[in-house]
Design a binder for this molecule. Structure first.
Ligand code: DX5
Ligand code: ZN
Length: 223
């Protein structure tokens, strides 16, 4: 699959959120990664469904993937669907009935993603490959931007890639947390095709140059 760069707006300047989103899209981003935190499932609080709806009203019609770090999750899935995201991803620990939650997302017209924390086994993925459009491997513990990449995530990416390939389904493999220009290539080599980067992009002085460099590193490691 064509590699996608997904800037996490958690690291954007929230006082100018619309401009920041437009700027990374103009700089070549493929999807906007929208991190939602509830101070319950994760120890931090971020943004809710009205913010996505505001971006849509501000004429941002581009691809958005919503990463829900909230518990319970189903009611917020329904609220987020109103902002017409292309993907909504959920953690298995955040729902009593994952099958139902994934179905709710798809029935609402979005693609469904499943997210694995560093300590969460991949086993459940085998049960739901027909219900997911994206698998997200967390390479940090969720809750904060700016954390260091956990090296064992590379092995987990490789194992997730094997399960996806064996399924024969069209499923993206996303990696999230601590991704920078110096480790994005290793994540690509391990099988990731969709790369979340918050600090590395929004913390840089030139979004276009950073995204270009990320694409070069991905390509170099796939040769
Ligand atoms: C962590 C979030 C990530 C995070 C990525 O809970 O899911 O998307 O914002 O930020 P960086 O790239 O700074 O690690
Ligand atoms: Zn995220």
């Amino acid at each position: 699959m064509t590699p996608w760069i997904a800037p996490s707006i958690l690291a954007a300047d929230f006082s100018r959120l619309g401009e920041e989103v437009r700027a990374v899209l103009d700089a070549g981003a493929d999807t906007i990664h929208f991190d939602v935190m509830d101070n319950h499932y994760v120890p931090n609080l971020s943004i809710g469904p009205l913010v996505l709806q505001s971006l849509r009203k501000a004429d941002i019609k581009d691809h958005v993937d919503v990463h829900l770090m909230v518990k319970p999750v189903d009611a917020l899935v329904e609220e987020f669907l109103k902002g017409r995201p292309q993907i909504i991803s959920v953690h298995p620990e955040s729902t009593e009935h994952l099958h139902r939650t994934l179905t709710l997302i798809r029935d609402g017209g979005a693609g469904a993603g499943i997210v694995f924390n560093p300590s969460t086994p991949l086993d459940v993925l085998n049960e739901v490959t027909d219900l997911v459009d994206l698998v997200l491997i967390m390479s940090v513990n969720p809750g904060f931007g700016g954390q260091a990449f956990i090296p064992s995530s590379l092995d987990k990416l490789r194992r997730a890639r094997e399960i996806i390939d064996a399924s024969g389904r069209d499923i993206r493999l996303q990696v999230d947390g601590g991704i920078k220009t110096d480790n994005i290539g290793a994540a690509a080599a391990a099988g990731a095709d969709t790369f979340v980067a918050g600090t590395a992009i929004f913390g840089s002085s030139d979004y276009t140059a950073t995204i270009r460099k990320m694409r070069e590193e991905i390509a170099a490691h796939l040769d």
